[in-house]
Design a protein around this ligand. Structure first.
Ligand code: HEC
Length: 162
């Protein structure tokens, strides 16, 4: 009789272990295996977005009065931004929600893909409008519009970096 409880305890341990394995398996199954294409797209869009960030620097300096207004600088940097936004539009393919490198892209990019594409297109159009600015008075409003279009997409579709 004193040994009667043992198999029960043993069975319970087995059951608990099996449950833990099952939970792990579910966890693994729900994480899609990162594809090489996904990883490549994530890397390429980080590069495109970083290029945009870099090009924004000289424009922000003008806006802050740290550099003089220079339409050549505006054209060059806004042009880089427009080009990189054009590239970025192709760098969020299905399956690139995960990869071997971290991504801050939200799932909603793929569930609201039409809205995402429209926001990308709007931002690009605003970069092109800024590129064409030749007089100082039009510069800040055009830069402001572009900045808002970056923000509006990031708010909906990019997780904040911690
Ligand atoms: C239509 C959406 C959209 C627009 C428009 C957009 N971005 Fe982004 N941006 C993203 C997403 C999504 C990410 C995160 C990508 C990732 O982590 O895979 C990102 C990432 C970035 C990053 C971080 C790069 C990195 O290496 O993580 C910078 C900087 C950036 N964007 C700047 C800008 C600027 C400046 C503009 C406007 C001129 C802009 N973006 C316009 C969607 C957008």
């Amino acid at each position: 009789m004193s040994l009667g409880g043992r198999p029960v305890i043993k069975n319970m341990k087995v059951a608990v272990a099996a449950a833990a394995v099952a939970v792990l398996a579910i966890g693994v199954a729900s994480v899609a295996t990162p594809s090489p294409e996904g990883t490549a797209a994530i890397k390429a869009r980080h590069e495109a977005m970083e290029g945009i960030g870099d090009a924004l620097g000289p424009l922000a300096a003008i806006a802050k009065g740290e550099a003089p207004f220079d339409s050549a600088v505006v054209e060059k940097n806004a042009g880089t931004i427009a080009e990189n936004l054009k590239k970025a539009a192709t760098l969020f393919p299905e399956g690139s929600d995960k990869g071997d490198v971290e991504t801050w892209a939200k799932e909603e990019i793929w569930s609201n893909s039409a809205d995402f594409a429209m926001k990308m297109q709007t931002a690009r159009a605003q970069a092109e409008a800024l590129q064409a600015v030749t007089d100082e008075a039009a510069f800040r409003p055009a830069l402001g519009k572009l900045g808002n279009s970056c923000k509006s997409c990031h708010m909906d579709y990019r997780r904040p970096k911690q």
